[in-house]
Design a protein around this ligand. Structure first.
Ligand SMILES: [Zn+2]
Length: 105
């Protein structure tokens, strides 16, 4: 059994859900790094798994722009050095690794 105290991470970020983002009705989710907020738009999802995929996606955006583990933001914040396409490519590969789709041997 995993000791949840070992993986507990304190965060001052907020994760929120809304039915629709009227500013961008095609948005599935968004991560506002400066405001430390993640918003998920429910109307763009078809299933619980679809919703969880978006939550994971936006949480990876959060992780890339956060300072987990006590590292300074300058050391950890890669969001300023990658453009959106590079950040999404990194996130895709992290997701492959999380799904055991990569063979590191
Ligand atoms: Zn994204």
């Amino acid at each position: 059994m995993v000791d949840v105290n070992l993986i507990k991470v304190e965060s001052d970020w907020n994760h929120n859900f809304r039915i629709i983002n009227f500013q961008d009705a095609s948005e599935r989710g968004v991560c506002y790094s400066d405001a430390k907020q993640v918003w998920i738009s429910l109307h763009m999802h078809e299933s619980m798994n679809d919703l969880i995929d978006t939550i994971n996606h936006e949480t990876l955006h959060q992780a890339i722009s956060s300072n987990f583990g006590g590292f300074s933001k300058d050391e950890m914040d890669m969001s300023d050095t990658m453009d959106g396409e590079q950040e999404h490519e990194l996130m895709k590969r992290v997701t492959w690794a999380m799904n055991d789709w990569l063979d590191f041997r």
